[in-house]
Design a protein around this ligand. Structure first.
Ligand code: UD1
Length: 339
């Protein structure tokens, strides 16, 4: 019997590529869709090298309904879809809100429609801890009230979750889980794939690795006057390999449950908070490399602390993060050196 096909939109991206490999290793066949707006073909080559297999790739845009329908028609029986194709830069979303709403929301709706036409029932949606806004209590659980999202990007994630929930409630055959990622970091231990930020990275770890590599002059620590033990912001950094495993476990779970339609959301983090200063210290120590930094002003929209309650992932999916922050930072540096 052939492998079960899983459509992976944005499969050449940072998270999608690691998930494609995890799917292959779990016995599925990832069917990648990507328009390479924020990735490169070398990532596909990396996936091929790691799996030792050719990769099915459909190059195109998920905000194009006809294209998506054709992909599903061509592939025949597709058991599930994982939706990563979206814009993700918080700052950029303030400058280009319409593009963010059009792309992130449009592509989800088109994907669900294409799935319905081809009897594909299982959807894993790439969501974010950003849906919580600034929570009143930590660690944040899936039942914590959703505050106003702090950016148009955050709004798109809140809206997309709602769209899936309403679609499932309407009775259409759709089983879906939104995985709410905290802060994904690290790279595949082979250093054949990893994050490829275009231009100036927004996220902490790529800025650290690029500074250590001499591509950037310095890291600016955004604020050291927060209400945290060392006064820098605290986040829950989740390794990309652990995150990829969580997607496979979610798919297996969705395939197993009996209902025809359901929606749920699950946090994917470690449950541990680390400050910016701690990440910086750990990176330098584990990799024996220096990172120039200065203390700057707070970044607009940042909150002091955010970390996950991860009991639901363990209970429902049987998943738990395994990587230490040191291992993640080691792999992030290995990937930067490979670049
Ligand atoms: C952001 C988004 C989140 C998104 C994630 C991954 C919000 C509130 N957060 O998380 O939705 O999923 O990116 O794309 O929308 N930092 C510095 N200097 C830098 C860069 C970052 O000090 O040059 C600090 C930040 O202040 C923050 C921490 O590092 O405290 C992590 O920042 P970042 O990697 O950008 O992630 P978040 O803002 O937590």
């Amino acid at each position: 019997m052939g492998r079960k096909k899983i459509v992976v939109t944005g499969g050449a991206g940072y998270i999608g590529s690691h998930v494609a490999i995890a799917l292959w290793q779990a016995g599925y066949e990832p069917i990648i869709i990507d328009n390479f707006s924020n990735s490169e073909h070398r990532i596909i080559d990396g996936i091929k090298s790691i799996t030792g297999q050719d990769v099915v790739l459909h190059e195109g845009d998920c905000a194009d309904q006809d294209f998506l329908i054709k992909v599903f028609e061509k592939e025949g029986v597709v058991v599930g879809a994982m939706h990563f194709a979206a814009f993700k830069a918080v700052g950029e979303s303030f400058d280009k809100p319409l593009e963010y709403y059009h792309n992130n929301i449009g592509s989800l709706i088109f994907l669900i429609k294409a799935m319905q036409e081809s009897q594909c029932r299982n959807l894993v949606f790439s969501s974010s801890a950003t849906v919580y806004g600034e929570p009143d209590e930590l660690p944040v659980t899936e039942l914590s009230p959703q505050k106003l999202a702090l950016s148009p990007y955050g709004n798109t994630k809140q809206i997309c979750e709602k769209i899936i929930e309403d679609a499932a409630k309407s009775g259409m055959p759709l089983k879906s889980i939104a995985l709410r990622y905290f802060n994904p970091i690290g790279a595949h231990p082979s250093a054949l794939i990893g994050e490829l930020p275009l231009g100036m990275p927004n996220n902490l770890v790529p800025v650290i690795t690029q500074t250590a590599a001499g591509i950037r002059e310095k890291l600016t620590v955004f604020g050291n006057d927060y209400d945290t033990p060392d006064k820098t912001c605290v986040r829950d950094y989740i390794d990309i390999m652990d995150l990829a495993e969580a997607h496979v476990d979610t798919l297996v779970y969705l395939e197993r449950i009996k209902e025809d339609n359901c929606f749920d959301a699950i946090n994917v983090g470690t449950g541990q908070g680390h400050s910016v200063a701690e990440v910086l210290e750990a990176f330098q120590r584990i990799n024996n490399v220096k990172v120039n930094f200065v203390i700057g002003k707070r970044r607009f929209g940042d909150i002091a602390k955010l970390y996950a309650n991860v009991k639901k992932a363990e209970l429902v999916l049987g998943w738990k993060a395994k990587y230490t922050i040191e291992e993640s930072l080691k792999n992030a540096w290995k990937w930067q050196l490979a670049l």
